[in-house]
Design a protein around this ligand. Structure first.
Ligand code: GLC
Length: 656
């Protein structure tokens, strides 16, 4: 039970723990990944490719996250898999991280915390155990199997740990996956470098003591590095096999290096969720499932389309969108037909039964077969563009596990052709498929830009829904879109690291936190996204300290949704960013409708992690509150003075 089986018993899941029949303990059948059930080639097409984690993050819609989790979990049940190796949640420290597309947090821990909870609940409400990964600070793919991620503990606790804490404390996630990297958390008294799967600070102090985690921690595949240290730090299960946790662990227990109580705790951590999820009472829920089941359905296809069309961020629109069906257009770009950008690479990939390409989706919705030009058909495309009303250009890039991206730029031929087309047609609409932040150097030259991230198999239908206005775009960027590569100026020491050590000398200042501090205007800011309607934010007020409300009105002619965001500025202690996200609500409004949005900041919201006491504490001083429709479009600001405490939150709770 405390290690996977890589023998013949595994019918074909990514991870497998054989049943203990004499004890009526069923098998654990673990499978990737964070955007759907990953099949081996012989079952390709029998599961759904859902939008990626970051794509769901772009919806800023907690309900969407729940429905995403629930639909994926249903397919895991059909496949007889009782553990989904997802969602992925790591905060996007490095814009070029090859796995950012899998991570629901984008660049902000509050967004991640708010979105991971419903996602976990959606998965686990189907009876499948969710597995939040990669714990912790696996924030790059370069040298991921050994890089030492070095940071001060306050940055770790305030920026990288909260999403895992939320998954455990609020989401009730039943398992976590510890990551490949090493970890050095600089603390007041000492620094200690340990592999993530044997790191006492994260695996014991945070996970077990602070967050009271009752579930189990499995290693990433091959991320276990020892027996005694790993077991004592809190690694409950080695995956995929038993290099350290089979005979070696048995010997360690027999010779007293690992107490029997520790082994018992490991088993209890695994069995507790299995009992909680009914696997012990009724294993048939999963044994009735099978790898050769076709788990797809029209219902799930509709979920993909619904989420994806609500995850597309309209970052530019000069009024050309939405199109009407009378508009004559051509479709250009490899990503529009021959190479659609619908899902990421690596263990998070899913091979769907079909992908609706951009050309197919737009042709179907418009009622006419649009002419198509590959990127290499540049001359013909430019000629055709002179005789149509609009050009829809699909461009994109993919990334995946094991490698970081070398650039945020899109491909040269695509960029050149977009530029040429914009010279002959004033209505070039660019649709991007992207695993994270990308550079958009053509933003001034084109009429509209729709950012789809990695929307899953219904790509073309979702794009058509937005392009024709059947869905009014309401998504917001979960990551900053920069003006240039490495705009935040990461040195080699920071990323990818020197001599195997990546030093987080930037502290808290990544993403919009960096842009605010350095007063740099990004191409498009965190939290930004346009709509086909307009909204008015008014009557913002603070009714009581830490309580705020605003009225949002749809002042346009079509129904739409706005995401009203609350950012909090801490007393200036030289460490905290100018403002950090601490609240958001997505309001759906009919034309002319007004809704009141309310926020109530908690004690934890106004706390910092005090590294001298290694706990959360409310600082005293002047705080600022900023409410708006993006991290830069602030409608209302206010200040309040808070009398903090010298005691930690924990000690306060104990007293209460
Ligand atoms: C991979 C990934 C992890 C995945 C596991 C099983 O190396 O890091 O996310 O779940 O192995 O495929």
């Amino acid at each position: 039970m405390v290690h996977g089986d890589t023998n013949h018993q595994n019918p074909g899941y990514v991870g497998y723990v054989a049943p203990i029949r004499e004890l009526n303990i069923p098998a654990l059948t673990l499978n990737d990944g964070p955007q759907g059930f990953r099949t081996s080639s012989n079952y390709a097409g029998t599961t759904t490719c859902f939008p990626s984690g970051m794509t769901v993050g772009a919806t800023w819609n907690r309900t969407a996250a729940y429905l995403w989790g629930k639909a994926m979990g249903e397919e895991f049940v059909s496949k007889g898999s009782n553990v989904q190796l997802g969602p992925g949640v790591n905060v996007a420290r490095i814009p070029k991280n090859g796995r950012n597309f899998e991570y629901i947090s984008g660049e902000d821990p509050y967004l991640g915390s708010q979105m991971v909870v419903p996602a976990v609940k959606g998965i686990q409400d189907t009876g499948v155990i969710a597995n939040v990964k990669h714990f912790i600070n696996n924030n790059q793919e370069t040298q991921r199997q050994g890089v030492n991620e070095v940071m001060d503990i306050r940055t770790h606790m305030e920026l990288y740990a909260p999403v895992f804490e939320a998954a455990v404390v609020d989401g009730g996630v039943a398992s976590l996956m510890c990551s490949y990297n090493r970890l050095t958390l600089q603390r007041a008294e000492y620094n200690q470098t340990q592999w993530a799967c044997e790191n006492v600070q994260s695996m014991t102090n945070e996970l077990r003591h602070m967050w009271k985690f009752q579930g189990w921690v499995m290693s990433d595949w091959g991320a276990t590095h020892g027996t005694q240290l790993d077991a004592m730090a809190g690694l409950d299960q080695e995956m995929p096999g038993g290099r350290f946790y089979s005979d070696a662990l048995q010997k360690a227990v027999q010779n007293g290096d690992v107490p029997m109580a520790t082994l018992d705790a490991m088993a209890v951590h695994i069995l507790t969720p299995m009992f909680q999820f009914g696997m012990m009472d009724d294993p048939s829920k999963f044994t009735n499932g099978s790898l050769d089941t076709n788990a797809t359905s029209d219902a799930h296809n509709a979920v993909v389309r619904e989420i994806a069309s609500n995850a597309m961020v309209l970052v530019k629109n000069n009024g050309v969108l939405p199109l009407d069906t009378k508009t004559k257009f051509i479709v250009v770009g490899d990503a529009g037909q021959i190479s659609p950008k619908f899902g990421g690479k690596g263990s998070g990939s899913v091979v769907p039964a079909y992908v609706v390409t951009g050309l197919e989706g737009l042709s179907k919705r418009s009622g006419s077969d649009a002419q198509y030009f590959k990127t290499s058909d540049s001359d013909a495309a430019v000629n055709a563009a002179k005789n149509v009303d609009a050009v829809v250009y699909f461009v994109g890039v993919l990334s995946g596990e094991g490698n970081d991206r070398t650039t945020l730029s899109l491909s040269g031929p695509d960029l050149s052709l977009i530029s040429e087309l914009a010279k002959v047609n004033k209505n070039v609409i660019v649709v991007t498929g992207n695993p994270g932040a990308i550079l958009l150097p053509f933003s001034d030259d084109v009429a509209a830009i729709l950012v789809t991230f990695l929307p899953g198999q219904e790509l073309g239908n979702s794009v058509a829904d937005v392009i024709y206005g059947d869905v009014n775009p309401s998504a917001k960027l979960p990551v900053t879109f920069p003006n240039k590569d490495n705009e935040q100026g990461f040195t080699d020491e920071q990323w990818p690291g020197v001599d195997g050590k990546a030093t987080y000398s930037e502290g808290m200042f990544v993403g919009y936190r960096w842009y605010d501090k350095n007063n740099v205007t990004p191409k498009y800011e965190f939290g930004f996204g346009l709509s086909y309607t307009t909204f008015d934010v008014k009557s913002c007020a603070s009714n009581r300290t830490m309580e705020y409300s605003c009225e949002v009105t749809n002042t346009g002619k079509v129904a739409g949704a706005e995401v009203l965001q609350l950012y909090l500025g801490f007393p200036d202690d030289g460490f905290e960013p100018l403002k950090v996200l601490k609240g958001f609500e997505k309001v759906f409004l009919q034309p002319g409708e007004t809704q009141t949005v309310k926020y109530e900041l908690t004690k934890r919201d106004v706390s910092i992690f005090d590294d001298s006491m290694e706990d959360w504490r409310q600082p005293s001083g002047e705080f600022s509150v900023h409410i708006g429709t993006s991290s830069r479009k602030i409608n209302w600001s206010n200040k309040f003075t808070h009398v903090g405490l010298t005691k930690s939150l924990t000690s306060q709770k104990t007293q209460e």
